[in-house]
Design a protein around this ligand. Sequence first.
Ligand SMILES: Cc1cc2nc3c(=O)[nH]c(=O)nc-3n(C[C@H](O)[C@H](O)[C@H](O)COP(=O)(O)O)c2cc1C
Length: 220
Amino acid sequence: MKLTVFNGSPRGKKSNTAILLEHFLKGFMETEGNSYELEYIVNNKDVGELVEMFKDANNVILAFPLYTGCMSGIVKSFVESLKPLYGKQDNPSVGFMVQGGFPEAYQSRFVERYLEKLAKRLNCQYLGCIVKGGIEGIQGKPQFMTQKFFYYFYELGKVYGKSGKFDEEMLKNLAKPEHLSVLGRLFYKFARLTGMANIHWNKQLKENKAFEKRFDRPFT
Ligand SMILES: Cc1cc2nc3c(=O)[nH]c(=O)nc-3n(C[C@H](O)[C@H](O)[C@H](O)COP(=O)(O)O)c2cc1C
């Protein structure tokens, strides 16, 4: 099986998306004869080249982080550039991977519905959408906190590599929690009220010299 993978994170090779894909692709490569091509959307100035890659592919996985409940500009631009391929007969099968910073999978269900519709418009076989929340910060987490869901990504890739399909049961288990428990909601309320929830993001803003600009409203 030949697979074309698009990583839609603006962080490119240093992204969380790249880490999750690494595990998925490790599983995918367990089946003899499988091969893949991996492209970083952020590296492409000419979106036309990406459209050509999509057009020539047999099977596609588009993986990206959730940005404000949906997708980043680079992914949106890519998706919109696929319009000339709508309804064509020989479009590839397509599956998606959406991961976000907040823990609830529910947040990604809206973009998931959009992606299913997109696959239909493109006349692609829709394989489903891998959804996982709580991913921001994984790069600094100890192994015991990440190994379980990394294993899920590996297993999902393995099953996909063999069957060309996503395992529905695994998708459901990986996505948990769909909603936060009452205790979880209380914890996040506490973290928000004490400013704890901002520590990680403020650090990132400072590292990118954007902290002073965090309340800017450039479009108003
Ligand atoms: C501008 C911006 C908007 C974001 N919006 C959301 C969001 O709406 N929901 C969410 O769960 N995470 C959101 N996140 C968090 C990212 O989805 C999360 O950090 C993800 O793991 C980043 O993946 P990457 O390293 O592959 O880019 C946002 C992050 C940024 C920078």
